[in-house]
Structure formats: structure tokens, C-alpha cells
Design a protein around this ligand. Sequence first.
Ligand code: PMP
Length: 453
Amino acid sequence: MSKERMLDIRRQNCNPMTLKVTYYKKPVFIHQGYMQWLWDVDGSRYLDLFAGVATVSVGHCHPKVLTAAEQQLKKLWHTTNIYIYPTLHEYCEKLASYLPDPLKVIYLTNSGSEANDLAMLMARLHTGNYDIITFRGSYHGGGPQTLGLTSNAAYKYPVASGLGCTNTMCPDVFRGPWGGSNCRDSPVQTIRDCSCAQGHCKANEHYIEQLRETLATSVPTRIAGFFAEPIQGVGGAVQYPKDFLKEAYRLVRERGGICIADEVQTGFGRTGSHFWGFQGHDIIPDMVTMAKGIGNGFPMGAVVTTPEIAASFARGVHFNTFGGNPVACAMASSVLDTIQEDKTQKVSLDVGTYLLKELAKLRDKYEIIGDVRGKGLMIGVEMVTDKTSRTPLPLGEMAEIFEDVKDMGVLIGKGGLYGQIFRIKPPMCITMEDADFFLAVFDKSLHNHMKKR
Ligand code: PMP
């Protein structure tokens, strides 16, 4: 029996049924990683353009981060934050210096779901209100509370589906108007190409109007919080019209709500032009949640908020055994230094801009690419049956292209409400040569696919 087959049997025996293996025709058995590269158990090398879902920020097993981890592992692994230890406080100080005033109080968690869960609790405690608003296409976590914030039905279970929720522990989530890659008038439109009744130029007003309507009809009184990703990640690199988030923040604050930027995917320079995604919208949130790129793959998350909101939260006792773990803090601190030293934000901007430009050429070449969008190294390629109907490409066809790209040595991601978006979110150490390699592979696989169609 092959090594892969044996591993697959072991996986099926003892791993949860909900675990989804991305390549089901021929799974990939990853064994090792270095910077933007991954190797499987047979020694085949892959260019990693998904970074463990936008998580490996500065590179797999980055030598500087590795050294920081090794040094900390020799000193102290764990105490919990009932003691004062320098690694934790030095890291928080450093992280705070990346955020504008008054966002200076930091709570460390172990994941993005935990961070959003905590942010939701803090928003409710601070405002005394209960209702939370999120957008269609959003992903904010997979726990019982955060599942209510996550919009994609694929991740949901009936007891935690937000609206219609029967479990009193679940949040009441009122879906905002934002349709992700979908406009109200058509299931597959993007804002850029919006041809809805109101027209592209009216898209912003159109969405704001929907938000007003939602606030007036679904949430008649005051609200606790509003979660939005500055660019939707799992939703498929969905961007908002200019000034939309700014106006949404104003409307939410008018109703007494706290505005939370979920930077789990967009943070740490991934969007290229800014360190945080919210900076691209000219807004300052009341809370920022983060995870993924913060630890370059080491489990970590954080909520950053204002002293005022933190004071409301301080009425109770909050405890998290592993949040702020010394090894996690040492690695995350090194990640911040590495982002500066390796100029990864600039890589994100330069390589990302190049990829967007070149992918747009492929969009013009192939009927089945409906849209290319995103910012920096947070890119979505929307696949459709044809440009006129813009019907999402069937999942079988998506899988074929996806597997073909992998067989030619490149790993990419998938997402979108209909599973129709290819997602490109590599470690931010990739080069222009890597980008060219991917573009050639993608072009070839699309060409192969069109021949078969
Ligand atoms: N927020 C966003 C924007 C995410 O993309 C994710 C994970 N995909 C989460 C929150 C949840 O993070 P985690 O999986 O670390 O709990």
C-alpha cells in the first residue's frame, strides 16, 4: 500500500468527518514547508499561494521567527497571564504601536473565532445592547457564537444559524444588505460590474439604502455591534464601494453600536497599501480583531480596543489559559519585526498589483473568468459559466481546474458563497518569478479546461 493511501486511511479513521480535504481526487500529503514552498511526502514541491488560508504571513518556517521560537522555548513555555511576564507585555506594547489612538488595549486569544467571540461579548457589555449586524458573504468564526456571525450556509448548523436560531446562546444576527459578490438584483454581480437597476455609479447609495432599511426594519432600536471584514476573505476577496464602510460606521454608531473590523485576513500588511485593511476605508474602528497572519501559522489571535470599552469589560473577570502564551508572543513579536525587515507589505503591494494586472488579462482572454478583484496579496478570481449570465462555474469544473493547477505545482484556495472564487493569498515573501510561474500554470490549466468544455 502506498504511503499516501496509508495516511489517508489513518486520517479517515481518526479525524473528524467535518474536516474537508481540499483535493479530493488526489489529496496532497504535506510534509514540510519553507518560505513560499511546501513539499509533499514524496518530495514534490508546490508553490503555496494559499498560505494555510492566508495565515503564513512572512513565510513557512521563517528562520527569524524560528530563532525567536527556539529562544523562547528554552526559557519559558507557559504561566498564564496571572503572572506578569515581559514577553507578553513587550509584545502588546509593540502591537499597540501599529494601531491608531485610541485602540491601545489588547486581549490575546488563540484564534480568530475566539477573538470575535470576545469582541461580541465586549460590544454587548459596553453598549448594554444585544443585536449584532454582519454582512452576507462574511466569515467571522466557527464557534457556536461566531457561527451566527458567519453568513455562509455551508459552515452552519441549524442550531447556530443566526436568524431563526433556536438556541438561546446563539447571537441574533441581522444580515446586513451587503451581498458580497452578489448584488440584490442579481446573484452573481460584483460592484465593479454592477448593472443593477440603480446602476454601477449608484452602487454605494444602493447599499447604504439597504443598510438603512435593515436597521429600520430588522433592528428597530439600538444595536450592540457591527462586524465587517475590510475586504471579505472567505467570501471571495469582496470589496466594498468607496466610502460604504465609512457611512455604515456612521449609521451603526448613530444607533449606539460598536464598530468592529475583523482583520483576521486583511491585517499585517496583506492588502499591500496599508498595514490594516480598515486604513483603506478611512475609518477607525472601536475594536479590531486579528489572528492568522499575527503568528505566521502559530496559533494566536487578539482583540484590540479602546480604554473606554475595556473599562466596561473590566466589570467582570476574563480569563484565557493560553491567550498570550510566551512562545506565541515571542513568535508574533518576531513576525512584526520580520514584516519590517523583509518589507513584506511592499512585496504584497508590488507582487499583488502585478498579479491583479496579469490576471485581468486572463479574465479578458477566458470567458469563464467573470471577475478579478482584491488588493495586495488578497486576490479573488471569480469563475463563471459565461460572462453574460455570470452564473457561478459548477463545483465540478472548479475542482478540475483547481486539481490541474495543483498537479502543475501550485496550491491555491477556493471560496465565495457559491464556491466559485479562486483565492490567492500566499505568504508575503513570494517573488515576481513565482507570480509568473503561477500565471503560466493557471493560463495552461484554463486553456486545457476550455478545450474540454
Ligand atoms: N475572521 C475571518 C475574517 C476569517 O477568515 C476567519 C477564518 N477563516 C476567522 C475569523 C476565524 O478564525 P479562526 O479559524 O482562527 O478561528
